[in-house]
Design a protein around this ligand. Structure first.
Ligand SMILES: Nc1nc2c(ncn2[C@@H]2O[C@H](COP(=O)(O)OP(=O)(O)OP(=O)(O)O)[C@@H](O)[C@H]2O)c(=O)[nH]1
Ligand SMILES: [Mg+2]
Length: 311
């Protein structure tokens, strides 16, 4: 798709160039094609991340596209750029020594033919590039700010909490796996903004057995979190038992050396039974807990301040 678009706009540009002197016209067209492709390919090359990218984005790109594909595309685009330049030099020199209009026209067609088939043969690199562009549209820009990651099982109310904390508008649905990418919102404080990330739900299984979508959440915990807010749905309307939710919590505790607080969601649905379950849960797990979002915000700001994380 993208290759054909590039070819079509090249042709449109070339056709606009006219000169009374046929040979001059052909040479000007060559220049135009070379310049256009050179800037287009350089733009693409620069949009494709390279080895200098940070580890979070690199591993995330690896999950979405495959890091080796990204590197392949970057190398390939660079190669195509050089090759276009080679063809340009070769065919320009050929045209220069010709006088016959038919001969010039033939060499001209050969130049365009080789350049366009070079692009078409490398469709894969351009396809990977469009995947990268899609990735950039899906993944928010992660800023260098103190960062809270909201995590928990699917459907427990993570995105609802993000919305309540930050006023952002993530998709919220009554079924699991609604959030597939990483969502971001900000808590404004007098010190600086605090970045809050809402990530896909994770299931009760070993981290290395998780699917690609769950692994996105793990990467956010691994590379970005200063504090984890673990959401627990004691009503179990999420479809998962408290036991399963506790297992995942334990796994996170054991694998990440990070501060964790609990947020109990859906308290508007609580009966006496759930309030009792909350007491038991807190007794067992000895973690700081919240069910009021204003209290949680206050705590988060205090935490960031105490840990000197404000930038
Ligand atoms: N009554 C009530 N429902 C809630 C509350 N929080 C979330 N829900 C409902 O629970 C369902 C799941 O909420 P989400 O916020 O999408 O849950 P999530 O954890 O982001 O889910 P995934 O993205 O699929 O992992 C939705 O139907 C919400 O409306 C709450 O405090 N009270
Ligand atoms: Mg969600």
């Amino acid at each position: 798709m993208i290759v054909e678009e590039i070819i079509n706009s090249s042709i449109a540009r070339i056709r606009k160039i006219r000169d009374k002197d046929y040979k001059k016209q052909v040479l000007k067209r060559f220049d135009s094609l070379k310049d256009f492709l050179d800037s287009k390919l350089l733009e693409i090359y620069n949009r494709i991340p390279g080895k200098k990218i940070n580890r979070f984005y690199r591993e995330l790109l690896d999950l979405y596209i495959g890091w080796e594909n990204v590197l392949y595309a970057k190398r390939r685009i660079n190669f195509i750029r050089k090759k276009v330049f080679d063809f340009y030099n070769l065919y320009r020199n050929r045209v220069r020594i010709l006088r016959d209009r038919n001969e010039i026209s033939k060499v001209g067609r050969e130049f365009y033919g080789r350049v366009f088939s070079l692009l078409r043969r490398n469709k894969k690199a351009f396809l990977i590039y469009s995947e990268i562009e899609k990735f950039y549209r899906r993944i928010p820009k992660i800023k260098d700010l103190p960062t809270i990651v909201i995590t928990g099982l699917p459907n427990v109310g993570k995105s609802t909490l993000l919305k309540r904390l930050t006023g952002s508008e993530p998709e919220i649905q009554p079924y699991p796996f609604t959030t597939k990418d990483i969502m971001v919102g900000y808590i404004r404080s007098v010190y600086s903004d605090i970045q809050v990330l809402d990530v896909p739900g994770i299931m009760d299984r070993e981290f290395d057995r998780m699917n690609r979508i769950e692994k996105r959440a793990i990467l956010a915990l691994k590379y970005l979190a200063n504090l984890i807010v673990y959401v627990i749905d004691l009503t179990e309307t999420c479809g998962y038992s408290v036991k399963e939710q506790e297992n995942v919590l334990r796994r996170i505790k054991d694998n990440f050396n990070l501060d964790i607080v609990i947020y109990f969601s859906k308290t508007d649905l609580f009966s006496d039974n759930e309030w009792k379950k909350m007491e038991d849960f807190v007794d067992r797990n000895k973690l700081r807990y919240f069910y009021d979002k204003d209290e949680l915000v206050k705590y988060i700001i205090g935490f960031i301040k105490e840990k000197k994380l404000f930038v």
